[in-house]
Design a binder for this molecule. Structure first.
Ligand code: FAS
Ligand code: PHB
Length: 387
C-alpha cells in the first residue's frame, strides 16, 4: 500500500488531520488499533475552545456543533460561601462551547474519513528517511506494509509513534498529581447553566454537562480510588457538599448515573514533535490534566498547524512550515500545560493549610481583579491557533 501521509490513530487528532489534508488535496490513510465503535464511544472531553469551534466551522464540521452544542459565556469559580461568574465574552470577546468529544468524533467519521480499524503490531520504519513506512497486521491478522512520504503519530500517549523518535533526540517531561478525578455521567438536567469549578477543603468538584438532560460531574479523589467504594449515593452526597448544595438557595439535583470512571492526572510533554518525516500531534506528544479543558483543544491546535505544513511540503515542496511545526506547536503546548497545571494546583485540596490559603487568595484575586480574570479567561477560552 502507498499513500502520501500515514496517520496512526483515529482519535480526533488523526481524523481531523485526515479531513484537513483531504481538503488540501493530500492523500492520507488512517490506521487504528481499536474498533470504530470503541473509539466513538469513549467518554472524554466536553469543552471546545473558541479557536477549535472556528476551525471546525471553517472546514465544514460546525453544523451539528452549532445546532446541538451549547455556547457558554464563561464559568463559575466557587469556594465555601462564595460563587463568582467569570464572563469570558465580556473579558476577551471569546466564548467556549459544550459539545462532547464523542460528538466531534461522530462528525469526523460522518465526514467520510475511513480508517483501517482493529490493526495490531503497528511499527514505524525509516522515519528519518524520505521513504518512511508502517507495518501492521490487519483485522484478519494479515501482515501489511504502508509506504508513505510522511508518517504522523496521532496515537495518544500509549501509542508507538513517540517512541520512534530516538532516545538521544527526544526529551520528555512528566509530572504526576497526588489525586485523580472520579467522573460520572448522569441522566439528569444540569443544576447549573454554566460549569462550576469548586474549591473545597474536602477536595475539588466540577459540575459540567452534555445536554439539557445529561450532566457530567467530577470529584477529586485519592489516586488508586476503587469505584466500589463510591456508590452513586455517596458520589451525589459528596458532590452536594463540595458544590455548595443549599448555599444561597442553590440545590444540586441528583439522578441516575450511566457511567462512572476514575481518571488519573498527569502533565506530559515530549519534544521535539517532529523527527525526519515523522510528526507527532495530540496526546502522542502531550498530556494535560483535564482541569483546564485543554486536551482535545490542544490536539486540534496541533493539527491546525500541521495540516498546512504538510500540504505545503507535499504539494509545493516547501518545507518552511514543516520545519517550524515543532517549535510553533510547542509554544502553545507549554502555554496550555502551564494553564492546566495552574488551574489544577489552584483548585485541588492538598491537605496543607498554607496551600489552602494560597489557593483561596488566588481564587479571590481572579474573581475580583479584571486583570486576573482576563488572564484566566484568555487561557480557558483559548488563544488564537498559532499563538
Ligand atoms: P486519542 O487518545 O483520542 O486517540 C489516539 C488513538 O490512537 C486511539 O484511538 C488509539 O486507539 C489509537 N492507537 C493507540 N495505539 C495505536 C497503535 N499502536 N496503532 C494504531 N492506533 C493506535 N480532555 C479534555 O479536554 N477534557 C476531558 O475531560 C478529558 N477527559 C479525558 C478522559 C480520559 C479517560 C482520557 C484518556 C482523556 C481525556 N481527555 C480529556 C483528553 C482527551 O480528550 C485527549 O486530549 C484527546 O482524546 C486527544 O486526542 P488524540 O490526540 O486524537 O488522542
Ligand atoms: C467535561 O465536561 O468533561 C469537562 C469540562 C471541563 C473540564 C474537564 C472536563 O475542565
Amino acid at each position: 500500500m502507498r499513500t502520501q501521509v500515514a496517520i496512526i490513530g483515529a482519535g480526533p487528532a488523526g481524523l481531523l488531520l485526515a479531513h484537513l489534508l483531504w481538503r488540501g488535496g493530500v492523500e492520507a490513510v488512517v490506521l487504528e488499533t481499536r474498533s470504530q465503535e470503541y473509539v466513538a464511544s469513549r467518554i472524554r472531553a466536553g469543552i471546545l475552545e473558541h479557536s477549535t469551534v472556528e476551525l471546525l466551522d471553517s472546514v465544514g464540521l460546525g453544523d451539528r456543533l452549532r445546532a446541538e452544542g451549547f455556547e457558554h459565556r464563561g464559568i463559575y469559580l466557587q469556594w465555601p460561601g462564595e460563587r463568582h461568574h467569570l464572563d469570558f465574552v465580556d473579558l476577551t470577546g471569546r466564548s467556549v462551547w459544550v459539545y462532547g468529544q464523542t460528538e466531534v468524533q461522530k462528525d469526523l467519521v460522518a465526514a467520510g474519513h475511513e480508517a483501517i480499524y482493529e490493526i495490531t503490531d503497528t511499527t514505524l520504519h525509516d522515519v528519518d528517511t524520505e521513504r518512511p513506512y508502517v507495518t501492521f497486521r490487519d483485522a484478519d491478522g494479515v501482515a501489511r506494509r504502508l509506504n508513505a512520504d510522511v508518517v504522523v503519530g496521532c496515537d495518544g500517549s500509549f501509542g508507538p509513534s513517540r517512541h520512534a523518535i530516538p532516545d538521544g533526540v527526544r526529551r520528555t517531561w512528566e509530572k504526576t498529581y497526588p489525586y485523580s478525578w472520579l467522573g460520572i455521567l448522569a441522566d439528569v438536567a444540569p443544576s447549573t447553566d454554566e460549569l462550576i469549578y469548586a474549591w473545597h477543603p474536602r477536595g475539588f468538584a466540577l459540575h459540567s454537562l452534555r445536554s439539557p438532560t445529561v450532566s457530567r460531574l467530577y470529584l477529586q479523589v485519592p489516586n488508586g480510588t476503587d469505584l466500589a467504594d463510591w456508590p452513586d449515593d455517596r458520589v451525589w452526597d459528596e458532590l452536594a457538599v463540595r458544590l455548595g448544595h443549599g448555599q444561597d438557595g442553590w440545590t444540586l439535583t441528583p439522578g441516575p448515573v450511566t457511567d462512572k470512571s476514575v481518571l488519573p492526572m498527569r502533565s506530559f510533554v515530549q519534544t521535539p514533535m517532529r523527527h525526519g518525516r515523522l510528526f507527532l500531534a495530540g496526546d502522542a506528544a502531550h498530556i494535560v490534566p483535564p482541569t483546564g479543558a485543554k486536551g482535545l483543544n490542544l490536539a486540534v491546535a496541533d493539527v491546525g498547524l500541521l495540516a498546512p505544513a504538510l500540504i505545503a511540503l507535499l504539494r509545493e515542496k516547501d518545507a518552511t512550515l514543516a520545519d517550524r511545526y515543532s517549535a510553533d506547536a510547542l509554544r502553545r503546548v507549554w502555554r496550555c500545560t502551564h494553564f492546566s497545571w495552574w488551574m489544577t494546583t489552584m483548585l485541588h485540596a492538598s491537605g496543607d493549610d498554607f496551600d489552602a490559603q494560597l489557593q483561596l487568595s488566588q481564587l479571590r484575586w481572579v474573581t475580583s481583579s479584571e486583570a486576573g480574570a482576563t488572564g484566566l479567561a484568555e487561557n480557558y477560552a483559548g488563544l488564537p491557533i498559532g499563538f
